[in-house]
Design a protein around this ligand. Sequence first.
Ligand code: GKR
Ligand code: MG
Length: 428
Amino acid sequence: MRIAEFHITPVALGDPPLLNAAGLHAPYCLRTVVELVTDDGWRGLAEVPGSAAVDTALAAVRDTVIGADPLNWNALRAKLAERCSPETSAARGDKPWDGRTRVQVFSALDVACLDLQGRAFGVPVAALLGGVVRERVPYSAYLFYKYEGAGGELGFGTEPRASGWAAARQKPALDPAGVVAQAQAMVEEFGFQSIKLKGGCFEPAQEVAAIKALREAFGPGVPLRLDPNALWTVETSIQWGRELEGVLEYLEDPARGQESMATVRRALKLPLATNMCTTSFDDLPGSARHGSEDIILTDHHYWGGLRASMELAAHCRIFHRGVSMHSNNHAGISLAAMTHLGAAMPNLGYALDTHYPWQSEEIIVGGRIKFEEGCVVLPKGPGLGVELDRAALARAHATYLRCGLRERNDEIEMQKKVPGWKFSATRW
Ligand code: GKR
Ligand code: MG
């Protein structure tokens, strides 16, 4: 069996004006869909965060991919490693998301080969990752401060006939009451049983007030998390972290870098999680040395694939770290991949992050994946268990061509609302 075709399709999906530490989400989020086809007709799918840089990096390894054996990931990965320039963990950058391309190339090919193998052998990807330990994978509500509007074709306007979550999704949320209303609508629709608030947008006092309002509204039975994306100083993290002891399940990336995180962690009786200070295998010795976090949030797009995330989970078990998952905007192929990973990870200790509720379009057959009581049930069928809806893919690709966005830049988007706004790596 040899890989005969390698298709790279960038797509754009509507995204509401969500605020974060780096600015504002554009009306579309970008994703890239990768499809492999073998000489005997087996297919494999993957989805990675989209950007012209990632698409170029994928196209640059075409010669290595074509002709490779999709059943021998070790051999393909070694060849890819020779072709893709090394990237230090510093290349991740200061933004809330990861700017590296090499790990995303590995991820795209790892996932697509696993999907293809699963289809060829008639087994789910989770079986290839070691076996299913849970059929229902729990996700967390992911709240955002936001401006009015639903993004995409609706631009920053609203759809007056929308109801339920579709209506709540359009509403602004800029204060504790708005955050609680958003949480209620999201929990009502998807059944999530834990809640995360994206912070780093307003003064810590305002974000801590929103967390306390969520606690008041949902009670102590619903775990809460806050993620200021490393915009707080060590002093601010300790001051406001103390207010959150006994309130949060964990505080995510209050401060920047492993040493600062370790200082905050020693000062607080509150678990710390990260998708910013320990983000690659090169960071693991520092994580163990400094004790920078309690929980590592893997993301198979940024750790180099599902198999790499399973390796990270083993490290977490050995070094007494919890493990869960980070998310950026994504569509159903990524949600299926995250669910297979969550289904196979024995030591998964927390509900996974997902941005999925913020999108309304889909590129897979059957449309939007359903949540049951906050969980995604492991898709039936071999491989990832999802099929491309080729008409929907073509529409999302046409949107990509039309919208003109070629990379994520939340600072530029924010400047359209607040002229002169500048990202700062440490703000409070
Ligand atoms: O989508 O605005 C966003 C998030 O801030 C995202 O970029 C982060 O990577 O979800 C993320 C996080 O947990 O840091
Ligand atoms: Mg985070």
